[in-house]
Ligand binder design. Structure first.
Ligand code: AMP
Ligand code: ZN
Ligand code: FE
Ligand code: FE
Length: 282
C-alpha cells in the first residue's frame, strides 16, 4: 500500500529539516507523497515541490493556522493559491502578531540574561519563528535539556517566558483557506480534549464556514480513536486526512510518515483532497 504524510513542518516554520531535506527523508522512508504544512506560511512549499519533482516524490502545498474555539485549535489547509488577496493578507497579519509575541518573549528572556536577539533568531531559524525555535535556542544555550524540557519549564502556558498571541478567528481561518481554493481541515481533533458533543459543535461551526476535512490519522492516535474520527468524517461528509506532525529534532519521537511507529496514512486520502481542491477552484 502507498503510504503518505500530510502533516509536516520544515525550517520555514518550527521544524529542523529544510523543505528539500524533508523530501529526501520522505523518499528514503519509501513514501509516495507528502504535504508541507508549516505554521502560518507557504514559503517552504515551492522548494519542497521542486525537490519532489527532482526525486520523483509527489508534494502538495499546505499550511497550518492556529486559532481559538475555547481552546487553541489548529486548522490545516491544502492546495491553496497563496497569492489570493485575502489569504495573503491574513498570513501577513498572523506573522506580524507572531513577531510581536516573539519579541516580547525575547525581552523576557533577555532580562534574565539569556542571549535572545530576535533578529539573530530569524537568521538562524527562518522567517516564521515558533515556540519550538525558542526551545531549540534554550537547549543550544544550555538552559534546557531538550525542547520538551524547555516547554515544561519555560515556554508552556503558565511558565515564565510564555506570552500569548492574537490569532485569527476560527471563521476566518477556515474561510480564507476556502477563498484561496484550498481544502480546510481540523487538525489533530483529540488534542483539544473535547467530548463528543463539543467536538461535533466545533465541526459544525467550522462547516458553516467551509470546512471540508478532518485529520483522522495522527501520531499516537490508536486504531479505535482513528476509527471514531473516520466515522465522524463519514457522517459529516468530510474528507479524512492524516499525518505525523513531523518537526525534525524539535519533536524527536515523531518519524516522518510513521509517527511513533504505528501511523499509516493511505494514498487515497491525498487523491480525494486534490480532487476537491480542483473543484474548489472551478
Ligand atoms: P507557537 O505557535 O509559536 O505558540 O508554538 C506552537 C508549537 O509549539 C506547536 O508546534 C506545538 O505543537 C508546540 N507545542 C505547544 N505546546 C507544547 C508542549 N507543551 N510541548 C511541546 N510542544 C508544544
Ligand atoms: Zn510546530
Ligand atoms: Fe498542530
Ligand atoms: Fe503541526
Amino acid at each position: 500500500m502507498k503510504r503518505i504524510d500530510l502533516h509536516i513542518h520544515t525550517t520555514a516554520s518550527d521544524g529542523t529539516a529544510s523543505p528539500s531535506e524533508v523530501v529526501h527523508i520522505a523518499k528514503e522512508a519509501g513514501l509516495s507523497a507528502i504535504a508541507v504544512t508549516d505554521h502560518d506560511t507557504c514559503s517552504g512549499c515551492a522548494e519542497a515541490i521542486a525537490a519532489g519533482r527532482h526525486s520523483g516524490l509527489e508534494v502538495i502545498p499546505g499550511i497550518e493556522l492556529s486559532t481559538r474555539y475555547g481552546v487553541t485549535i489548529h486548522i490545516l489547509g491544502y492546495c491553496m493559491r497563496p497569492e489570493t488577496r485575502n489569504f495573503a493578507a491574513a498570513l501577513d497579519w498572523i506573522v506580524q502578531e507572531r513577531d510581536e509575541r516573539n519579541r516580547k518573549m525575547c525581552s523576557l528572556m533577555a532580562a534574565d540574561g539569556i542571549h535572545a536577539d530576535y533578529d539573530v533568531m530569524k537568521v538562524k531559524y527562518g522567517e516564521v519563528i515558533g515556540r519550538p525555535n525558542f526551545g531549540q535556542m534554550l537547549v543550544e544555550q544550555g538552559y534546557a535539556e531538550s525542547v520538551q524540557d524547555a516547554f515544561n519549564r519555560f515556554i508552556e502556558k503558565g511558565q515564565k517566558y510564555y506570552v500569548s498571541r492574537q490569532m485569527l478567528s476560527i471563521e476566518r481561518c477556515v474561510s480564507v483557506i476556502r477563498e484561496a481554493g484550498g481544502v480546510p481541515v481540523i487538525a489533530h481533533p483529540f488534542q483539544y480534549r473535547m467530548d463528543d458533543g463539543r467536538l461535533r459543535q466545533l465541526i459544525e461551526h467550522c462547516m458553516d464556514n467551509g470546512l471540508q476535512g478532518l485529520e483522522c490519522r495522527y501520531t499516537g492516535y490508536s486504531q479505535e480513536q482513528s476509527d471514531y474520527l473516520l466515522q465522524l468524517a463519514a457522517e459529516y461528509h468530510l474528507l479524512p486526512t492524516g499525518g505525523s506532525d513531523y518537526h525534525g529534532t524539535n519533536k524527536p519521537r515523531i518519524a516522518l510518515g510513521f509517527g511513533d511507529g504505528d501511523l499509516n496514512v493511505p494514498y487515497e486520502y491525498l487523491a480525494a483532497v486534490e480532487e476537491l481542491a480542483r473543484r474548489n477552484k472551478l
